[in-house]
Design a protein. Structure first.
Length: 200
């Protein structure tokens, strides 16, 4: 149990919010004039919480639903803008995407003809690039915009492309930043050597 710790609040943590917290949690928090909370421990904690699903796990699984021959149900998918963006993209690629009352998603292919992922959607979120592999494997072709920049630094997709080529896909890029992919034959099993990440 931590007896005392400080956590920096958001920059817009105003005096009105401080006053409300002071009244609601009198005795548990000390609100200073420097916009931070001083939390006094020593009190037992109990209860249950529901952990939110992982966005980084949900997005590739959403893209992989292109591979399925029937409906796919994903539970615990967080309500985030990135999830909405990929849902829009999958809708344009012929999938019916419905949010369930329990907080999950139901995905089902209703039109297997579309193979082009629009730049306007792919540029919003790099994870949209994950539709490339499922499109090639399931539909035999794909036209996907190359992802744009990233706020946290360079994250190249070269390993993604090398892996698909090793499996037998033919890829070429064009001057309009579109990546054209074609599967002449079924993607074959291959052993791929990937570099270690974070010393793993």
């Amino acid at each position: 149990m931590v007896d005392e710790c400080e956590t920096q609040a958001d920059a817009d943590f105003g005096s009105a919010s401080s006053a409300n917290l002071s009244r609601q949690y009198a005795g548990l928090f000390r609100i200073s004039s420097m916009n931070h909370l001083r939390i006094l421990g020593g009190l037992p904690l109990s209860g249950t919480i529901r952990a939110s699903g992982s966005k980084n796990a949900a997005l590739p699984m959403m893209a992989a639903s292109i591979l399925a021959a029937g409906p796919v149900r994903l539970d615990g998918v967080p309500r985030l803008a990135d999830v909405d963006t990929l849902s829009m993209l999958l809708g344009e690629l012929g999938l019916d995407v419905v949010r369930t009352p329990s907080g999950g998603l139901m995905l089902e292919t209703v039109d297997s003809a579309p193979v082009r992922a629009r730049y306007e959607l792919v540029r919003r979120m790099r994870a949209s690039f994950c539709v490339l592999g499922p499109l090639l494997a399931r539909r035999g072709a794909a036209v996907v915009s190359l992802p744009g920049g990233c706020n946290i630094g360079p994250r190249p997709v070269d390993l993604h492309l090398k892996g698909l080529e090793a499996l037998g896909a033919e890829l070429r890029d064009s001057l309009d930043q579109l990546l054209h992919g074609l599967t002449i034959r079924a993607l074959a099993d291959r052993r791929l050597e990937l570099p270690a990440v974070a010393g793993a």
